[in-house]
Design a protein around this ligand. Structure first.
Ligand SMILES: Nc1ncnc2c1ncn2[C@@H]1O[C@H](COP(=O)(O)OP(=O)(O)OP(=O)(O)O)[C@@H](O)[C@H]1O
Ligand SMILES: [Mg+2]
Length: 254
């Protein structure tokens, strides 16, 4: 693709600059500067309440911000309206809760947005949906309803549904946290495949194995600030701050 060879001249896929956000008196995002390059995988770590989810949600303006800039592929996110819907459609999001439509089959869950938002024909959307279900390893489940699938399968459907919009970037907010332990691996595997295929990803996760193996960068947040932004190797073996050492001490010993 010509986009991929554009090199230094292409804008970052995600750019946040000077982003601030309050919830009442609580300053939850403090002067956030973050750039994610095309094809880059950034894992966001930090203690509970440090602002990881808010950061994720600010990237597609699910969470309005007080000040600063958010750009997707060089396009500033407008505050609202059809332009916002357009840019937002480029950002896929997967949450801890799968949020599938319970009354719709797996196939319909996946084809809904491409047909309604992207204007793709139903037959083309279905063809693509089947290919995506194959890709996440559940090609045989397309006629079922969400409740008939395991948690790990449902989360893979949620990933396929996000991919069906052909997003430029995928955001994951603790995608494996609601899963039974034996289902974590299959979802991490799908995410690792995506990373390998060159998807731009911002991932909030407790899966340190994924962070070490798949991330290009680790961003460590505490108290609404980005405290460290470095390679996984350097973060895990040589954390630069006391706050990061403290965090790692807690998660690596339990
Ligand atoms: N809608 C809201 N209204 C008020 N305060 C909120 C709201 N959402 C989040 N907060 C607060 O903002 C801070 C950051 O929350 P956020 O959910 O981004 O943290 P987090 O790092 O994702 O935490 P966790 O690891 O527990 O998911 C927390 O103090 C939280 O209580
Ligand atoms: Mg969170």
């Amino acid at each position: 693709m010509s986009d991929e060879t554009a090199g230094a001249s292409s804008p970052p896929m995600v750019r946040m600059a000077g982003v601030d956000k309050h919830f009442g008196d609580l300053h939850v995002l403090r002067d956030i500067d973050l750039e994610v390059a095309r094809g880059e995988v950034v894992v966001v770590l930090g203690p509970s309440g440090s602002g990881k989810s808010t950061l994720c949600r600010a990237i597609n303006r699910l969470e309005p911000i007080d000040s600063g800039i958010v750009e997707i592929d060089g396009v500033a996110l407008p505050a609202e309206g059809s332009e916002l819907a357009k840019v937002r459609a480029d950002v896929g999001m997967v949450f801890q809760q799968f949020n599938l439509f319970a009354h719709m089959t797996i196939l319909d869950n996946i084809t809904l947005a491409p047909v309604r938002v992207r204007g793709v024909s139903k037959s083309e959307a279905q063809e693509r949906a089947r290919a995506l279900l194959d890709r996440v390893g559940i090609g045989d489940q397309s006629g079922k309803y969400p409740a008939q699938l395991s948690g790990g399968q449902q989360q893979r459907v949620a990933i396929a549904r996000a991919l069906a919009m052909q997003p430029k970037v995928m955001l994951f907010d603790e995608p494996t946290s609601a899963l039974d332990p034996e289902m974590v691996g299959e979802v991490v595997e799908v995410m690792s495949d995506l990373a390998r295929d060159g998807m731009t990803m911002v991932v909030v996760t407790h899966e340190m194995g994924f962070a070490r193996r798949a991330a290009h960068r680790v961003v460590f947040m505490d108290g609404g600030e980005i405290v460290e932004d470095t390679t996984p190797d350097s973060f895990f073996s040589r954390p630069a701050t006391e706050r990061a050492r403290d965090f790692l001490g807690k998660i690596l010993t339990h």
